[in-house]
Design a protein around this ligand. Structure first.
Ligand code: ZN
Length: 188
């Protein structure tokens, strides 16, 4: 795990903080990515915690993620692995959670549109996003970000949709989100 040390200024007091900037993560670092601690730097003077986002790849046996905050450019696919570009921290974290559960992120995006339709009639003014959260028993849990609510989707429902789905593999690694997933998904 290679990294270089860089210095950033504390946004609160201006003191220089040294941070480790990695070029590549592996699966041993997943917990620290998901709780964001790997991107955190604590100022030794005022104690303020700053999150530093930088370009870094994550390679696991099954998938490869390019974390490119703010760039959103396509990248080359890595042979034999699901390969995606993530241009925000929330996307990066969500893809890890999805792939660690062995779920299909394209289908997860499709189900989010289904959830949104099911919510019609409710006040969605504060709904900022829908994110995959976790699996509990036979349920796939989605967080309604901004509403402080969760929605549970039955695993059987997911499996039935999966059987009826045709997926198209992106020619290059892309951001797969609510705006792009439909290019790679259709129903039989
Ligand atoms: Zn400080």
């Amino acid at each position: 795990m290679s990294y270089k040390k860089e210095e950033v200024k504390c946004p609160q007091c201006g003191k220089k903080i040294r941070i480790k900037v990695h070029t590549k993560f592996d699966e041993s670092q997943i917990a620290d990515i998901v709780d964001r601690s790997i991107f955190a730097a604590k100022c030794s003077k005022c104690g303020k915690i700053t999150y530093i986002d930088y370009l870094v790849d994550l390679e696991t046996p099954n998938y490869y993620l390019y974390y490119t905050p703010g760039y959103n450019k396509s990248k080359k696919n890595i042979k034999g692995k699901i390969t995606r570009v993530c241009d925000t921290y929330d996307d990066f974290k969500e893809k890890i959670l999805i792939f660690e559960e062995g779920l299909n992120d394209i289908l997860i995006e499709f189900i989010k549109t289904y959830i949104k339709n099911e919510l019609k009639g409710e006040d969605l003014t504060n709904l900022r996003d829908i994110r995959f959260d976790s699996i509990i028993d036979d349920n796939i849990i989605f967080a309604l970000v901004g509403l402080k609510k969760n929605v549970a989707i039955k695993r059987d429902f997911y499996n039935a949709l999966d059987e009826k789905s045709i997926y198209k593999k992106p020619l290059r690694a892309m951001v797969i989100d609510r705006d792009t997933f439909w290019k790679y998904h259709k129903m039989k």
